[in-house]
Write a protein that binds this ligand. Structure first.
Ligand SMILES: [Zn+2]
Ligand SMILES: [Zn+2]
Length: 346
């Protein structure tokens, strides 16, 4: 089959690889209909996360079930399904509850990050623990929305849920990339009075404004946040960039007894953490990897009923065969690119 393969830093190619084969009775084979490129794929592309050459990348994909193991009862051949980008063993108590990041057998894995779980920027994927990693795409949810339900919409929602937002509060989202924008939409579900969105890129700030946020240019953010909160700081901060600098800004911008919720991916083993400020602020600081299947029960109805319309984040639609160019443009942030959807049939 055709797949996007990482050969090294800045080198992703569309090429032929062996067809995937389901491993056991708990697995399924999914023919990919659409896949997306994620900001966290760029960590591999940049070489920040070590990867063996030859890795099939991608963890955001939906498709049609081609084969299903005898132990998998919730899906059938021919179903159109979404697949959680992160999975666990699929059989322990935590995994059965969708909490795949807390897998008791410590088998939490992300598709397309290691050779033992090849990714979804491909024509097909073998999905282990399919019963808990896969959900049929219900009526009212489009294919593009389903792709976002495999990772970044749950990630944005997880960031908002972890921020402890109460009605009437002021929330700051740092980063107006796809995850930040979906954190903005998710934060609005919890009833804040206003959500400020901080970024450097004007097009992204414009989209944040269209989606109901108050755009704040990063260069003025210190003074704008201070002014808007009477020098008290924002009640809640959702950090959706993942750089050391933005994590430090989150701690600086939050009010006393406020919450910082980090969903930006920072792969550093040691971020400088201003303990004294955290201590003096009585800070709540949360960071975690999203338990995608656990959040589907909230998010699928919100999307199906139109309360959440996450598909606005897709700006580019390309063929899988154009994968090398898609990565190059996404990495270079060319041409207002925000989120790329890939079609494996072209
Ligand atoms: Zn992702
Ligand atoms: Zn498990």
């Amino acid at each position: 089959m055709k797949a996007l393969v990482l050969h090294g830093k800045g080198d992703v190619r569309a090429e032929s690889v062996p067809d995937p084969t389901p491993q056991d009775a708990h697995s399924a084979l999914v023919k990919v209909e659409r896949a997306a490129i994620c900001g966290s794929d760029l960590h591999l592309y940049h070489g920040d996360v070590p990867a063996a050459p030859g890795l099939v990348v991608g963890h955001e994909f939906v498709g049609e079930v081609m084969e299903v193991g005898s132990e998998v009862t919730n899906i059938r051949t021919g179903d159109h399904v979404m697949v959680s980008g992160v999975i666990g063993c699929g059989q322990c108590k935590r995994c059965l509850n969708g909490e795949v990041v807390r897998c008791e057998r410590k088998q939490t894995r992300v598709f397309g990050m290691a050779p033992e779980l090849p990714g979804g920027q491909a024509e097909a994927v073998a999905v282990p623990g399919a019963e808990h990693a896969i959900r049929r795409i219900p009526e009212g949810v489009s294919v593009e929305q389903a792709v976002l339900l495999t990772d970044i919409l749950p990630t944005g929602y997880f960031g908002a849920r972890n921020a402890d937002i109460e009605p009437g509060e002021t929330v700051v989202v740092i980063g107006a990339g796809p995850v930040g924008l979906l954190a903005l939409l998710s934060a609005q579900l919890f009833g804040p009075a206003r959500v400020l969105v901080v970024d450097r890129i004007p097009e992204r700030l414009a989209l944040a404004a269209e989606l109901g946020g108050i755009p704040v240019s990063a260069e003025h953010a210190d003074s704008v946040i201070a002014e808007m909160t009477n020098e008290q700081g924002a009640d809640r901060i959702i950090e959706a960039v993942g750089s050391d600098a933005t994590i430090l800004k989150a701690i600086e911008w939050v009010r006393a007894a406020g919450t910082v919720s980090v969903v930006g991916v920072n792969t550093s083993p040691a971020v400088p953490f201003p303990m004294i400020h955290a201590l003096m602020k009585d800070l709540t600081f949360r960071v975690g990897l999203v338990p995608v299947p656990e959040l589907w029960s909230a998010l699928i109805p919100l999307v199906a009923c139109g309360r959440l319309q996450p598909e606005r984040v897709f700006t580019h639609r390309m063929g899988l065969s154009e994968g090398a160019e898609a990565y190059r443009r996404f990495n270079a942030r060319e041409d207002g690119i925000l989120k790329v959807l890939l079609d494996p049939s072209r």
